[in-house]
Design a protein around this ligand. Structure first.
Ligand code: SF4
Length: 493
């Protein structure tokens, strides 16, 4: 167990996430100085004091690790302050994290390529620095010196931010993106914690769900039109949208077409994630309704793993679906894979990448397995140990293959509980960057999200802030309360 006592600050969440990097499986207790600190005789117990003092013109931070009688690691740092309150808070949080990180690094030898960064969107930092018109080398130095990010990751961040920049800027406030959630899947994958309901159990709600969704689409479209907002992109995700019947997909497309002016739409994605849900008929329907981008996701090209993770399709089915989509004229196909799946080693990842290379999709999204709350794997972490080095190696392999396929990284995000504390990376061939993926990640554009479990993100660029407006997750609740979901969004559109 490790106990942390915060003195002079309350950055408890930030410290908790940072401590989790060093002590992934230990209990961490964070206390404020006002709380009573109890000691016990357990030798494994560490006590860490994170102290910050605000002096007249500087902030001073210290991290002291010790037990009851001994100080075993120490770090201090101070910064001169001459900025406004919010900048002082940001800078204070940074030095708190840096001092704790440095003190812990003296004790525990662990490779943390992302340094003190625990957030989901590390590219945001680079965009902020780019806005200050800093040179590349200055940005790289800040990433390394202030955030302790290693050279490779710092370069990766900078190159991704540069790819994203022309997609995000200039911000056009009359443009929004639309996310439509179809939270049904044929079965549930073991690592899943998305809104997903197996059709084996919930098929009877499919039709009422689509009816409810169509109502939400219709009403939200009226609101958007009144406010002069146009759609830049539509993303139909889930779940597995292609899992529902062709009649339901047809009804959905009809509603979208009746509700929105689509002439200026720049991108229309439909996730056809599971190959066992794809038919030629459905592909023709997608094509004739203007879908420009689809996703067909292998996750792995190893049959034994597919069985283990609960995906009821074969590698052959995947390939067949991919070629069928090509025949139907889809030239923008994304593939998702996951590294760190149970039982997979670097060789198996290589095999997956060899097979993908033969198919040559336009883009590839590489996820590092995150053991999320709610997934079956989380309940069984003891049988699931994968060395950090192995995961990094796998990530390197996928990067090398992506490069061989002529792809470069164009978006990136991180999640909590990721194996090896790594990242998810979207690669693509030139011109196949998914606009929606960049917009949702960088949070500079309003995303209106419809359907059960969908969370709208409303941006206020002038105030540099964002508000989330969630829909209920439960299918039955959504169907019963769709009017309320529409009402919830009204003040924000
Ligand atoms: S296909 Fe995706 S959404 Fe569906 S169960 Fe698997 S991980 Fe979850």
């Amino acid at each position: 167990m490790i106990k942390v006592v915060c003195i002079g600050h309350d950055y408890t969440n930030d410290l908790y996430e940072l401590l989790k990097l060093f002590f992934p499986s230990q209990e961490i207790i964070i206390l404020l100085e006002t709380e009573e600190i109890s000691y016990n005789n357990d030798h494994d117990q560490h006590l860490l004091f994170s102290i910050i003092e605000h002096l007249e013109n500087k902030v001073k931070a210290k991290a002291i690790i010790g037990d009851k009688n001994n100080e075993i690691a120490f770090c201090d740092e101070d910064i001169i302050i001459n900025y406004n309150q919010s900048q002082i808070k940001k800078a204070s949080k940074l030095i708190v994290k840096r001092t704790v990180f440095t003190a812990l690094s003296k004790l525990i030898k662990i490779d943390l390529p992302w340094g003190i960064l625990t957030g989901i969107r590390p590219t945001k930092i680079v965009h902020e620095l780019m806005e200050k018109a800093l040179e590349d080398y200055e940005i790289l130095n800040i990433l390394k010196d202030k955030y302790y990010i290693n050279e490779d990751k710092a370069k990766l961040l900078l190159s991704v931010a540069k790819k994203e920049h022309p997609i995000i800027y200039p911000i056009r406030q009359n443009l929004v993106s639309l996310y439509i959630s179809i939270p049904f899947c044929p079965t549930t994958c073991v690592y899943c914690s998305f809104p997903s309901n197996p059709l084996t159990k919930w098929q009877h709600l499919q039709k009422p769900y689509i009816d409810g969704l169509c109502k939400e689409i219709k009403e939200i479209a009226i609101l958007l039109e009144k406010k002069g907002k146009n759609l830049q992109t539509i993303y139909i995700g889930g779940g597995t949208p292609s899992a529902v019947t062709i009649e339901d997909i047809n009804q959905l497309f009809k509603q979208i077409k009746d509700s929105f002016q689509l002439a200026k739409l720049q991108e229309f994605t439909f996730e056809a994630g599971r190959p066992d849900t794809i038919t030629r008929e459905k592909l023709k329907l997608l094509k004739s309704n203007g879908v420009t981008r689809i996703s067909i996701n292998p996750q792995t090209m190893n049959e034994s793993t597919l069985i283990k993770i609960g995906r009821k399709h074969t590698v052959e089915e995947l390939k067949k679906a991919f070629y069928m989509a090509k025949e139907e004229g889809f030239n923008n196909i994304n593939m998702d894979i996951i590294i760190g799946l149970p039982g997979e080693d670097a060789k198996m990842v290589e095999k997956t990448m060899e097979e993908i290379k033969k198919l040559q999709p336009s883009s590839l999204t590489v996820h590092t397995l995150a053991i999320k709350r709610g997934s079956k794997l989380r309940e069984d972490t003891s049988s699931y140990t994968l060395l950090q080095k192995e995961t990094s190696n796998m990530l390197r392999i996928t990067g090398k293959y992506a490069e061989d396929m002529g792809m470069t990284p164009y978006y990136l995000y991180r999640q909590k509980h990721m194996l090896g504390n790594l990242e998810n990376i979207g690669y693509c061939k030139e011109g196949y960057e998914c606009i929606y993926n960049v917009q949702i990640m960088e949070e500079k554009q309003t995303i209106i999200a419809l359907g059960a479990g969908a969370v709208s993100k409303i941006t206020f660029p002038k105030e540099n802030r964002l508000e989330r407006v969630p829909n209920v997750k439960d299918l039955q609740q959504y169907i019963a309360r769709v009017d309320e979901m529409i009402e919830r969004k009204k003040p924000y559109i």
